[in-house]
Design a binder for this molecule. Structure first.
Ligand code: CA
Length: 229
């Protein structure tokens, strides 16, 4: 039996049933809500481990639900939305959602996203470490040294900051805006272009550009995610 409690917030009954059935078949515990207010109440009373949240709800915007929940909780939130709501997706990630699924999605995809979050939650319980290891990549936060296998990488201060931000949030999609604010502190007209340039050089140093399973995944028009290897 899986110990994770998942709160499903979705007003579309067939989709809600698909998600809850998938959860049940995979031994997750779950609670379901149809409206935003109900979702907020259930997150407070049931303290779910993960929330799956539809953005288009009958009583309020899913983004408002994220904002309200984030005022007291860091619970991972996976946003579910239609392709046409791309800008909403970005707003949701900016407000603190962790990941998103575009409708229609497969149950395998949903389960994969849940596993990513579970790995992150498991990692969090063993925190306090001064070293980050992910596949061949190793970051020593104390010395500020980065290694790929046994080779030390020579990164510029910006590249290092960028890599640490992605590493700290491994498994989570970070929007361009979020990255720029955290690395540079402010946003200018050409911020996204410079981010792309820095990301390209960083990936070149990480030997990550031509891999079939890249360490850093590009979400076109949205942002980047460091994969958990
Ligand atoms: Ca909906």
């Amino acid at each position: 039996m899986n110990d994770y409690l998942v709160l499903v917030v979705e007003d579309d009954k067939p989709i809600r049933n698909l998600i809850t059935t998938t959860l049940k078949m995979n031994d997750y515990r779950y609670a379901a809500a149809v409206k935003g207010e109900e979702a907020i109440m259930l997150s407070a009373s049931h303290q779910p481990d993960i929330i799956i949240l539809d953005l288009g709800l009958p009583d309020m915007d899913g983004i408002e639900v994220i904002e309200r929940i984030r005022s007291w909780s860091e619970v991972p939130i996976i946003v579910v939305s239609a392709r046409s709501e791309d800008s909403d997706k970005i707003a949701a990630l900016d407000k603190g959602a962790d990941d998103y699924l575009t409708k229609p999605f497969s149950v395998e995809e949903l389960l994969a996203r849940l596993r990513v979050i579970q790995r992150r939650l498991a990692k969090k319980e063993t925190n306090g470490t001064s070293e980050f290891v992910n596949g061949k990549l190793r970051i020593n936060y104390v010395s500020g040294c980065v290694y790929l296998g046994s080779t030390e990488l020579h990164l510029t201060p910006i590249e290092y900051k960028l890599l640490c931000l992605l590493a700290r949030n491994a498994g989570r999609v970070l929007t361009h805006k979020y990255i720029i604010q955290n690395v540079w502190g402010n946003i200018s007209d050409n911020s996204e272009a410079s981010l792309r340039v820095f990301m390209a050089t960083l990936r070149k140093k990480l030997d990550d550009r031509y891999e079939t399973n890249p360490l850093i995944q590009t979400h076109i028009g949205i942002g980047y995610r460091m994969m958990k290897l």
